[in-house]
Design a binder for this molecule. Structure first.
Ligand SMILES: C[S@@+](CC[C@H](N)C(=O)[O-])C[C@H]1O[C@@H](n2cnc3c(N)ncnc32)[C@H](O)[C@@H]1O
Length: 261
């Protein structure tokens, strides 16, 4: 089960890592290794549900965008959330300026390749989510899909997201979760802990990376806990939705107008 409310978990710690710096290095190496097969594995292992979840996230956040709104997809990987937001925002004639940022070069290269193929205007750049290279209050929306869990410090990530959002700007965090129900939970754990690491390991060539996935989800704070962390950090209107029986959760929040500093 997800680490419960008020869990002491401060950030991801892949097996054998002891501190924040070591964890960040390991996460960086791990995603660098799986980047060439990342999309294939995502779609295969989630039965393509990952696409649905990103589109659904884009649909939740796009109604508040306006022409010229600035959007950051952080921990963007190969860019699929940014592309989903662009698609939705174009559909509603709400052209937004969208940036994707990640600290793994191989992911960004693939994102740029896809952008060229689909004539996307999304720009991609190298960023560390814990030290974002943007001025305060730059963005109207900061969105992150399946990336937040991998941060070596959740508090530092939340503070950075808040800092770069304008007051009243939106935050969206889409992340895996462990389903609360016992029957579905058992099935999920069997697939996620036994099948997925083997399949993912075989196809990506990194058993370690796909063993890390269920382990990192298991120790990730519960949706209630993450919501509380966001409130404490100066976000308002914090809410979350569980999807697919709780396999994933989408957190939505706003940078409070009267937020600290
Ligand atoms: C599971 S992937 C998610 C990618 C993408 N958002 C998606 O929906 O498929 C997690 C991504 O987070 C990135 N990441 C992890 N820690 C990061 C950090 N501190 N700064 C920037 N990117 C980070 C990894 O490089 C990886 O591309």
């Amino acid at each position: 089960m997800n680490a419960g409310p008020k869990s002491p978990v401060t950030g991801t710690r892949p097996e054998g890592t002891r501190d924040e710096a070591e964890a960040a290095r390991r996460v960086h190496d791990l995603f660098g290794r799986i980047a060439p097969r990342y999309d294939l594995l995502n779609h295969l292992l989630s039965f393509s549900l990952d696409r649905t979840w990103r589109t659904r996230t884009a649909r939740r956040v796009c109604p508040r965008l306006r022409p010229g709104s600035r959007v950051l997809d952080v921990c963007c990987g190969t860019g699929d959330l940014a592309f989903a937001i662009e698609r939705e925002s174009r559909r509603g004639s709400r052209g937004a300026q969208i940036l994707g940022g990640d600290f793994v070069h191989a992911m960004l290269e693939r994102a740029r390749g896809k952008a060229a193929r689909i004539s996307s205007d999304v720009q991609f750049l190298a960023v560390d989510a814990l030290r974002l290279p943007f001025a305060d209050a730059t963005f109207d929306l900061v969105a992150v899909a399946f990336g937040f869990r991998n941060l070596a410090s959740y508090a530092a990530g939340i503070d950075e997201f808040r800092r770069v959002l304008r007051p009243g700007g939106q935050l969206a965090i889409l992340e895996f979760s462990e389903p609360p129900g016992p029957a579905f939970g058992r099935l999920y754990r069997f697939y996620f802990r036994k099948i997925l690491p083997v399949l993912g390991g075989l196809i990506s060539g990194s058993r370690q990376a796909y063993g890390y996935l269920p382990a990192s989800v298991a120790r990730f704070p519960s949706p209630e806990d993450l919501a509380e962390r966001l409130r404490v950090a100066g976000f308002s209107s914090v809410r979350f939705e569980r999807w697919m029986g709780g396999i994933v959760a989408l957190h939505l929040a706003e940078r409070a107008l009267d937020a600290r500093g």
